[in-house]
Design a protein around this ligand. Structure first.
Ligand SMILES: Nc1nc2c(ncn2[C@@H]2O[C@H](COP(=O)(O)OP(=O)(O)O)[C@@H](O)[C@H]2O)c(=O)[nH]1
Ligand SMILES: [Mg+2]
Length: 439
């Protein structure tokens, strides 16, 4: 996600690092490169122009500070302006004063409506809402079946009976009252492109159903095309929000960065994978941090909190007391794994590209686990005692080489250091909303 832009920006910031202060000249130079980076990321040109104007104004007006570097100062400004174009505040879903809340998901074919319906259903179900899915796509032969299967997967009922989309939607509403559901998610049919017939049908459905919110599901991979589609849908249906899907497969990020300013509609969620859990609420500030390669520590902390147990508390204490050992490391890795694929988690961490490359990917995980499990308890608790002959024994026991054991020990030291920083930063970022010592 945003990989290209992140790499480009980090190069620009690196260049600024050598400067003594922010001058008109180095600001202009940096901005010129930021402009190219944004255009290459397929960001709408009007958004780019606006962004540069605001950033320039702010950067030129900045007092020279002694305690931070020009790169840090510049990153902070870019961060603030990115947050602005992404929509500033996170926007949740409106709840209807009288249940059920009805969310109508619209969009063109293949954008991810049906999948998103189930993902959203799961999020709302986990918040304690009683959800009913309604499959109104009568066009695609297996569409209703697809939603039904997804409904079963997340453990919520799916309504599919009726001849026409409107008939299905109306009956679904009745059924939701009967079942005591307070949320109805309407999956609608799409077309390969924006077509008059579809728009009319959706307008009729909107007028009859009176949804609490109409949400456009748009495919991030289609870049500016997604933005154009959003504009058209917005003109006809007056959207309440956008759910951007397939953000995981979109290295550029142009749709995410242009959507809000061009359409005026907030992005409410992003789809980050094909699995049913792969969706998250959209937080402009966290996304901006990810784009800047600062890592999204707040999200990471929250994800960690979601699987938190007493064990974690103990681990955190040990980390603070500098007692964190290989056994904790293994537990930590297992925990990370339960939060999702390790490679994905790296997106949230403030690590450099080269660390990402050698880092904790899923392939390494099995080997790491085997090595640690081949150690004695004593060795895990006190890694310092692992000398040459112990390393040989561990390598033999785990089917690895001494070199790989060495590598793991190094990784462990590195992770320990990193985690201590994260704990520190995690608290700071919650308190101050900003990462210290950047750049
Ligand atoms: N990688 C990825 N794939 C997605 C995401 N959302 C949907 N998809 C895939 O996109 C395809 C079309 O999704 P579907 O829900 O059937 O689209 P619909 O025609 O709009 O209902 C399916 O293969 C989904 O698995 C996402 O966030 N990430
Ligand atoms: Mg569908």
């Amino acid at each position: 996600m945003f990989d290209n832009l992140r790499t480009r920006l980090s190069k620009i910031f690196k260049k600024l690092k050598g400067e003594a202060f922010l001058s008109e000249k180095n600001i202009e130079e940096a901005l010129k490169e930021v402009r190219i980076a944004l255009l290459e990321a397929d960001v709408n040109y009007r958004v780019v122009r606006e962004f540069l104007t605001l950033t320039r104004e702010k950067a030129l007006g900045k007092r020279v500070l002694n305690s931070v570097s020009p790169a840090q100062q510049f990153i902070k400004i870019v961060h603030e302006e990115l947050v602005k174009i992404l929509g500033e505040q996170a926007t949740g879903l409106l709840t209807a004063p009288v249940p059920p809340s009805i969310y109508m998901l619209v969009g063109i074919q293949g954008s991810g409506k049906t999948t998103t319906c189930a993902k959203l259903g799961l999020i709302l179900k986990n918040k304690g809402r009683k959800v009913l899915l309604a499959a109104t796509d009568t066009q695609r032969p297996a569409a209703r079946e697809q939603l039904k299967m997804l409904g079963e997967k997340i453990g919520v009922p799916t309504f599919t009976e009726g001849r026409t989309p409107l008939e299905i939607a109306l009956s679904a509403l009745k059924t939701s009252r009967k079942l005591g559901c307070n949320v109805v998610l309407l999956d609608t049919q799409g077309r390969l492109q924006v077509e008059e017939e579809l728009m009319k049908e959706l307008e009729v459905m909107r007028d009859r159903i009176k949804p609490t919110e109409i949400l456009l599901v748009a495919d991030a991979m289609t870049g500016q095309e997604a933005v154009n589609i959003a504009s058209t849908f917005n003109e006809r249906l007056s959207l309440d929000g956008i759910i951007l899907t397939k953000v995981d497969s979109d290295a550029r990020g142009g749709a995410a960065l242009s959507m809000r300013m061009v359409t005026g509609c907030p992005i409410k969620f992003i789809g980050t994978g094909e699995k049913i859990q792969d969706m998250e609420a959209f937080y402009p500030d966290r996304i901006a941090s990810r784009i800047l390669g600062m890592g999204d520590i707040v999200t990471l902390v929250e994800k960690a909190e979601a699987v938190e147990s007493e064990e974690d508390e103990r681990m955190l204490k040990r980390l603070k007391a500098n007692e964190f050992n290989l056994e904790d490391f293994l537990l930590y890795l297992q925990k990370m794994k339960s939060m999702g694929p390790l490679s994905k988690l790296l997106d949230y961490l403030p690590v450099e590209q080269k660390v990402r490359d050698i880092g904790l990917d899923d392939k390494h995980y099995k080997r790491v686990e085997a090595i640690i499990l081949s150690m004695t308890r004593e060795e895990r608790a006190e890694p310092r005692i692992i000398d040459g002959s112990r390393k040989k024994r561990i390598a033999r026991g785990s089917g690895t080489s001494v070199q790989q054991v060495n590598q793991l020990l190094k990784q462990f030291q590195f992770a320990k250091k990193r985690m201590k920083e994260m704990v520190k930063y995690g608290h700071l970022i919650k308190r101050k909303g900003w990462l210290p010592k950047l750049g």
